[in-house]
Design a protein around this ligand. Structure first.
Ligand SMILES: [Zn+2]
Length: 521
């Protein structure tokens, strides 16, 4: 039974969907006026994993992430860069999508753009006016927070505490907490026709209109960074419930924010509206000359960042800095190390193992061997953690035990002896009962890591330093071969002895030179 923490009730509740078997998820997406940074990736990685887990658990899931492509910040960029807002939005949307892909986020079903939902936004606004919850004032339209008796229930705040946006328009508002549903356009600003004159929508109404259009008036999960709760989610909630007179969302999920290194600069989900403070870089920022997020991902690998983000419970703050990333790299190495060992023993690639796609399918994998019983218990623990408010961090901790068990089994049964077997004797390997058990147990690991969106394919590179070493070694081996071919044995020997000094051994086998580091294979 899945239980999740609902911000609205401040309780962990059993997960019961609006329509049995189906789940609708809405996650507030970026305002595409600048290149994305790591803070923008937290929500997508978490919800990508949540969706995978829900599908795995048997649900049919629709996940929506909106794109805010009209906004004060975008208009500011238009003035600054002298190119149309739509071009800036398109450029930054592509950047955002590339970064999502690099982190393995590929489960989003719809990415609606605000500019493509103008009729729905205007209709929504009209309906709020008709019901007495909103009023037009000098080309703007405002939501009247005093008309909604439950306003502030998500964050437990009163309407009086609320300072609505649109400071310059304060005189047009009835109450200071009222917020804009529609903003009149100044000359030269992008604008759309409306019953209130030319203008553009407020940010909050976009999400209410788009979630309604794609997920209906009441849907299951609404997600976003903790910093979006006030006022954005509060306002979405007020608009939708006043308009439809029914609950907007069953479960509100808020992820913790990401901080960079030791810096105090919060860069959570809403950070698109509050650009990174100049000092919020730590060692990994653009200011350090490392380029944008794409370069950062290329340097660290998407898998490492995804793994790093999932090691923390989604409601906790994430400290994105060298220490944590270093630890993530080490952890990944223990997985990659096992996958290589597994390949040498079983002659099968971890990344090619056909694992169960659903929980039900996985439940049916049984075996009497102690190893299989052990991993089934670890799998049960893993799923228990995921069931408990999507505790990916706790679940990943079980995977370390998993790797330990598999390695222990390989050690105790001396399975590394199969590494030496020649291809014409592979049949014996495949028929070995202990290898079979190892493959079966490893397939259970594959099932769980796939569900997290991890280790889906051969790593493009392991980590910064490690990826270079094999290439450099190949270069040395090639140079030595060239020297020897020219009968320049002095240079050939110089290369070999130099490598020996730094702990690399070269072995000439049947015309092929192999190298290994650390003295023993
Ligand atoms: Zn939103």
């Amino acid at each position: 039974m899945i239980r999740l923490y609902n911000t609205l009730t401040r309780n962990k509740e059993p997960f019961e969907t609006v329509v049995p078997g189906k789940v609708g998820i809405y996650l507030c997406g970026p305002t595409v006026y600048k290149e994305s940074h790591i803070g923008h990736m937290v929500g997508p990685v978490i919800f990508d994993t949540i969706k995978r887990f829900l599908i795995y658990s048997g649900y049919q899931v629709t996940w929506v992430v909106n794109i805010t492509d009209v906004d004060d910040k975008l208009i500011g960029q238009q003035h600054e860069r002298g190119i149309p807002m739509s071009e800036i939005a398109e450029e930054m949307t592509i950047d955002y999508l590339n970064n999502l892909r690099a982190l393995g986020v590929d489960q989003i079903d719809h990415m609606p753009k605000a500019t493509e939902h103008m009729p729905g936004i205007i209709e929504f606004t009209q309906s709020l006016i008709a019901k007495g919850f909103a009023y037009a004032s000098g080309g703007d339209v405002f939501f009247d927070v005093t008309k909604d008796p439950s306003y502030g229930k998500l964050s437990n705040r009163n309407a009086e505490d609320q300072q609505g946006e649109g400071g310059g328009a304060a005189s047009k508002k009835r109450n200071s907490g009222d917020f804009a549903l529609w903003k009149s356009a100044k000359p030269g600003e992008p604008a759309w026709d409306s019953p209130w004159g030319r203008g553009r929508p407020g940010w909050h109404i976009e999400c209410s209109a788009m979630s309604k259009a794609l997920l209906g008036e009441t849907f299951d999960i609404h997600g976003g960074g903790l910093d979006l709760m006030v006022p954005h989610h509060e306002n979405e909630l007020a608009q939708s419930q006043c308009c439809h007179d029914k609950p907007m969302v069953k479960y509100w999920l808020h992820n913790g924010l990401l901080r960079k290194g030791e810096s105090a600069g919060k860069i959570g989900g809403r950070s698109d509206r509050d650009p990174l403070p100049a000092d919020a870089g730590g060692k990994l920022s653009r200011s350090g000359g490392a380029g944008g997020l794409a370069d950062e991902i290329a340097r660290l690998t998407g898998e490492r960042i995804r793994f790093f983000l999932l090691r923390t419970h989604y409601r906790s703050t994430v400290i994105f800095g060298d220490d944590g990333l270093e630890e993530a790299a080490k952890s990944l190495e223990s997985f990659y190390g096992y996958f290589e060992r597994f390949h040498k023993i079983s002659k099968q690639r971890y990344f090619n193992l056909a694992a169960p796609q659903t929980r039900k399918e996985g439940d049916s994998v049984k075996g009497d061997e102690p190893l299989l019983k052990g991993v089934q218990q670890l799998r049960a623990n893993f799923l228990e953690k995921m069931d408990d408010d999507f505790n990916t961090g706790g679940a990943i901790a079980e995977l370390f035990d998993f790797i330990r068990e598999l390695n222990k089994f390989a050690n105790e049964n001396n399975l590394d002896r199969f590494a030496e077997v020649k291809p014409d004797e592979f049949k014996q390997v495949f028929a070995d009962p202990q290898v079979k058990t190892l493959v079966k147990a490893t397939t259970v690991l594959r099932e769980l890591t796939l569900m997290l969106g991890l280790f889906r394919s051969t790593p493009a590179k392991r980590s910064g330093g490690d990826s270079l070493s094999p290439k450099l070694m190949d270069l040395f081996v090639a140079l030595r071969a060239e020297a020897r071919a020219k009968k320049d044995f002095a240079t050939g020997d110089r290369i070999r002895s130099g490598l020996t000094e730094i702990g690399v051994t070269l072995e000439d086998k049947k015309g092929v030179t192999e190298w290994r580091a650390g003295g023993s294979s």
